[in-house]
Design a protein around this ligand. Sequence first.
Ligand SMILES: CC(C)(COP(=O)(O)OP(=O)(O)OC[C@H]1O[C@@H](n2cnc3c(N)ncnc32)[C@H](O)[C@@H]1OP(=O)(O)O)[C@@H](O)C(=O)NCCC(=O)NCCS
Length: 147
Amino acid sequence: MQLTFREMQPEDADSVAALEQTCFPTPWSRESFWREASNPFACYLLAFAGDQLVGYAGFWVAADEAQVMNVAVAPEYRGQGAGTQLFAALIESARERGCTAMTLEVRPSNVPALALYHHFGFQEAGRRKGYYTDNGEDALIMWRTKL
Ligand SMILES: CC(C)(COP(=O)(O)OP(=O)(O)OC[C@H]1O[C@@H](n2cnc3c(N)ncnc32)[C@H](O)[C@@H]1OP(=O)(O)O)[C@@H](O)C(=O)NCCC(=O)NCCS
């Protein structure tokens, strides 16, 4: 799939929040994305196929670490490599901002996401008990210590 990438702007908040609703059980609000688009310590990338928003992903910069906040691909575009392209672009953006390591949390039941992160060399480094409020599932903490 041919994708293009650009950074999220405040005016993208509506469309990103709409996509978020189709991807997560406890979605972030439009206001959260609007704020994040203006946060100098955050970077969110949008992926487009033509004019169509296909996915988004973002991280916060904390010193030289990138903390991944979300990664999502629209249900109808999954399983075709979009997530892999998006995550590669995210890592490149983190490098450009001087990050040398990247971390994230993921549900142990999220098989596609785990495949994606293992593909990019992330390793499990711990667990947060009962982290997810919708079903009390633990979070796996994953790190890639060299970007
Ligand atoms: C996780 C997500 C972003 C992956 O996006 P995608 O476009 O389907 O990803 P890709 O097609 O590039 O596939 C990535 C990897 O997942 C694997 N995969 C994709 N769909 C899969 C499925 N249904 N079952 C098992 N593995 C799957 C692919 O084989 C690939 O693994 P590989 O690199 O070992 O070949 C997407 O499933 C999604 O948006 N999920 C809902 C939101 C979410 O859970 N985000 C992560 C929060 S931590």
